[in-house]
Design a protein around this ligand. Structure first.
Ligand code: GDP
Ligand code: MN
Length: 386
């Protein structure tokens, strides 16, 4: 449809360049941090809270919602409250949102999970991890404690923000009419999602959903197949794809070579997410989740919520709905995104290097690359990454 052209011509841009005095006089969005965690993760949770409070929330005071399939103990609750002046709520995730649904035969599922454990699929043998992925795929936004919110920012234990965030990303997303924001996109471990794309693709076909230009981001080019070029097809905005080469390696889209759709394993890394809850609460997303869920893939494979969210976005959203928070310094475990205002000329860490092409690796090692990304920031608030 001609709409695609219009949409993809509209680039996704950084919301704010440079640092400013955070303007806390404007009203807050109807939003909260969402943290799923266990009592034993308290230290990691504190680390994450210290980081987000220091770099953002001490000015903006967005509330936190902590969720757990078990009960948070009083140490967890009391400690967490010491690290923010914002409101904090604690909720339990009930069996309706966690574990095997009643239409799954637990014996079969457990065998499936054990098999994945034997095959050394990452987290494949951990029943709780499967539950977690399914919860984040189809339930968190239905939790009663989130009912009053329209937006969420996902926070995990042991993450780190490097740079001050001196504007309100929720308000900026609202102004720009965005739905889903990410900082890092990576490739999924193939063995965790062998059949995910067949189902996602089938969902699209069954419901007559035409791509609005984002689906192609997840499709592997098939060079030896007959080309079928969508007439108005246009890739994601250049800027999204290439503003930070090597740090956010999204595949280039080759429409000429695309056919017989195969998943390229690309996904938005969902441990950071800022998104509009109405997307997940929509009938379309619910239909998508139901179809994916009933395939059994959350148990018989180890589908992550990241590829689930990403493929749903691919099917249902357009590039203009997505925002790349390229200005957020963020790290989770070994993968990080360091934005333009990072002072250190650090090379991307190993997992990233593995995912980049030799050409890109070479380019990253050249000074010209860093001149592009080292745009100096002014104005005191401390936008430097540290
Ligand atoms: P990774 O980031 O993929 O290595 O997985 P994590 O272990 O960090 O899990 C992702 C998120 O789900 C984190 O916020 C965890 O605290 C949370 N999580 C994982 N498993 C469980 C669980 O069994 N119970 C609860 N309450 N939270 C969990
Ligand atoms: Mn994690």
């Amino acid at each position: 449809p001609p709409a695609i052209k219009k949409i993809s011509e509209k680039h996704d841009k950084v919301f704010v360049t440079g640092c400013m005095q955070p303007d806390t006089t404007k009203p807050r969005a109807n939003a909260a941090f969402v943290v799923l965690a266990r009592n034993k993760e308290l230290d990691g949770v504190i680390q994450s809270m210290k980081s987000i409070e220091r770099h953002f929330n001490r000015w903006y005071n967005y509330p936190y919602v902590f969720l757990n399939d078990g009960d948070f103990n009083s140490t967890f609750k009391e400690t967490v409250k010491n690290y923010t002046k914002a409101a904090v709520e604690f909720g339990k995730v009930g069996p309706d949102m966690w574990g095997f649904p009643d239409w799954v035969d637990p014996k079969v599922a457990k065998e499936g999970i054990a098999k994945q454990g034997d095959a050394a699929v990452m987290y494949g043998g951990l029943e709780s991890y499967h539950s977690m992925c399914r919860f984040y795929s189809g339930f968190f936004y239905k939790h009663p404690l989130l009912a009053k919110y329209e937006w969420y920012w996902r926070l995990e234990p042991e993450i780190k923000y490097f740079c001050d965030i001196t504007y309100d990303p929720f308000q900026k997303m609202i102004e720009a009419n965005k739905t889903y924001g990410f900082t890092i996109a990576v490739k999924e471990l193939r063995e965790t999602v062998p059949n995910i794309f067949r189902y996602a693709s089938a969902y699209k076909r069954k419901n007559n959903i035409t791509s609005q230009g984002l689906w192609e981001m997840f499709v592997e080019p098939q060079p030896d197949k007959e080309p079928e070029v969508p007439e108005d097809a246009s890739p994601l905005p250049e800027e999204v794809l290439r503003s930070d080469p090597g740090r956010n390696t999204l595949p280039e889209i080759d429409y000429e070579a695309m056919e017989g759709e195969k998943y390229n394993m690309c996904h938005f890394w969902s441990n950071f997410e800022i998104a509009r809850l109405s997307f997940f609460r929509s009938k379309e997303y619910e239909d998508f989740f139901q179809m994916m869920d009933h395939s059994g893939g959350f148990w018989m494979e180890r589908w992550g919520d990241a590829p689930i969210h990403s493929l749903a976005a691919g099917a249902l959203l357009a590039p203009r709905d997505i925002h790349y928070f390229r200005d957020f310094g963020y790290r989770h475990t070994t993968i990080q995104h360091c934005p333009a205002n990072a002072p250190a000329r650090q090379l991307p860490r190993e997992p990233y290097l593995e995912m980049t092409t030799p050409d890109l690796r070479k380019r990253i090692e050249e000074d010209a690359y860093w001149e592009e990304v080292d745009t100096p920031k002014e104005n005191g608030v401390g936008c430097r990454c540290r």
